[in-house]
Design a protein around this ligand. Sequence first.
Ligand SMILES: [Zn+2]
Length: 269
Amino acid sequence: MFVYKQKDGLEYLISTVLEPHIKHCFTTRKGGVSENKYASLNFRFRCGDPIENVRENVKKISEACGFNGVNTVTACQTHGSSVKTVTVDDCGKGVWKHSDIEDADAIITNVKKLPLMGFFADCPLVLIYDMKNKAAASVHCGWRSASEDIITKALNEMKKIFNTDTADVIAAVGPSIQRDCFEVGDDVKRAFSSNIGAWTEKYFTAAKNDGKYMCGLQSILKVQMEQNGIKSVNTDICEECMVCSHERFFSHRYTKGNRGVNAAIIQID
Ligand SMILES: [Zn+2]
């Protein structure tokens, strides 16, 4: 289950599955310093919002949630399926200094006090935590990445680097575009069917528009996580739709891309 929290004027979501074990949040638009189309809690760098504003927003959410904001690491998300392991050498990259992590929709770490920050505006952002080996991941799961099986790639990398056993893993899928708003073309359905499996087809239902489908991406992600050995009770799916709740979140579809981004942050203590 996901619950809203308010602190210092900010509003964010936390997952009750993650909360007892790991510090994290999924932000809304509320409580930041950015203006106009970026109002107000924007985390999109390299756009029209002055970098001082975005950095101030990182400071604000870090203070509210108890993250070590100066260490926050972000990567350039490209809707691919590359996974990058983040170490102490990466502290502050993408927020306080230049990031050379150019193409990584998934970032993983076992470094304490190093917040991983992923961005989302409609795409599901999945936060993952290995409770036994104390390793965390931020995985940006738009349909392109999900159809390239980024979930399995991230979990396999955690197995390789941190000796993760998925029986010890908890995972939360944040707010995202839900099936009733997520109309896609046949290409999306075919990408999942050929790369992931025919079982995904049942999560595509016929849309009102000819040749289009409504895609239940969150349901596919849940199955992908369970096929990897994550227990159903250890997964948490937020049912809030970012397009319907576009005043609360930055929605890519609703704004036609003219927008800021929300952030999901996870930190091992
Ligand atoms: Zn909706």
